[in-house]
Design a binder for this molecule. Structure first.
Ligand SMILES: C[S@@+](CC[C@H](N)C(=O)[O-])C[C@H]1O[C@@H](n2cnc3c(N)ncnc32)[C@H](O)[C@@H]1O
Length: 279
């Protein structure tokens, strides 16, 4: 059975804007910043286009093994979430899945994809969209999709904020962002995922009663998250006591970043918010 045959549903129907992720799918090239496997021109291009759009994280890591490159070439197009040209219309994500799921959840910055793959395996009735601009992470999630034959995952291999801006109102049941980059320097705070503008967008795409799940190992970022969310009229903190922010939600798998945090002696904080009913 071929790789593509193992994902049951076809890819999303709405196709016009393709996201360039194939930088290190091709042969090795000289990267001035040590991103082995990508062509220097492609890296520079990806970086400058990303920065023009306000994304500052990394896109490339270690050179990919041939199996992972093959997944990017063959499996990614099958599960790629593509968007109409910016500003033209908003996308209902449900028809992107076959059969249409009971609800759609979104994970922004899935890292190596272990949490998303675990959720998708536990909930075949739910459609999962994962956003991650880091190509090695995308390849890692593709490996999980292939290994477990997951047909209910779609990937947007780019800045999650662009996807969120394109999704239809009240189309998402849960948004998850686990250990988003804390950007600790004050002059970089505007790069943080959690901001008033992003929360407005999250509030727009979440269904009434929908959930926003966050985690961080950075105390100041946790305070920032609580500050931004407490000021936002669409969200209410769901915690009833300290165990709610000290313990990972029971149905949530540990991510690679969380494991590293614990190994290094830091304590993660888990924050869950409810989207309040409209009007
Ligand atoms: C510290 S890592 C945590 C990864 C993973 N959630 C975990 O817990 O292991 C933060 C991740 O967010 C991704 N990221 C950063 N900005 C993003 C954005 N605007 N949209 C989507 N992903 C983003 C990064 O590429 C990185 O993989």
């Amino acid at each position: 059975m071929g790789v593509a045959d193992r994902v049951s549903g076809p890819g999303p129907k709405v196709v016009s804007e393709r996201v360039a992720v194939s930088g290190n799918v091709r042969g090795p090239g000289a990267c001035p910043e040590g991103c082995k496997g990508a062509n220097a021109h492609e890296i520079a291009e990806a970086r400058s286009s990303a920065r023009r759009n306000g994304y500052y994280g990394r896109r490339f890591g270690r050179r990919l093994r041939p199996g992972r490159r093959r997944l990017l070439e063959i499996l990614l197009p099958e599960v790629l979430m593509t968007l109409p040209p910016e500003g033209t219309r908003r996308v209902d994500p449900r028809p992107s899945f076959t059969p249409p799921p009971e609800e759609v959840r979104l994970e922004v910055g899935f890292g190596m994809g272990e949490h998303l793959a675990d959720q998708a395996e536990r909930h075949p009735e739910v459609g999962f969209i994962g956003c991650e601009p880091f190509v090695n992470g995308v390849a890692s999630l593709l490996r999980h999709i292939e290994a477990s034959g997951l047909g209910n995952v779609r990937i947007y291999p780019d800045d999650g904020r662009r996807l969120v801006a394109a999704l239809a109102d009240a189309s998402i049941a849960r948004i998850v962002a686990l250990f988003p980059d804390p950007w600790p320097k004050a002059r970089h705070h505007k790069r943080r995922l959690i901001q008033a503008e992003t929360l407005d967008a999250f509030a727009r795409i979440l269904e009434d009663g929908g959930e926003l799940r966050l985690a961080t190992d950075h105390a100041e970022y946790a305070r920032w998250m609580l500050f931004c969310l407490s000021r936002h009229e669409a969200f209410a903190w769901a915690a009833r006591g300290p165990s709610d922010w000290r313990r990972r939600p029971a149905d949530q798998a540990e991510t690679r970043y969380e494991a590293k945090t614990r190994e290094e002696g830091r304590r993660p904080i888990f924050l869950t918010f409810r989207r309040l009913p409209r009007g």
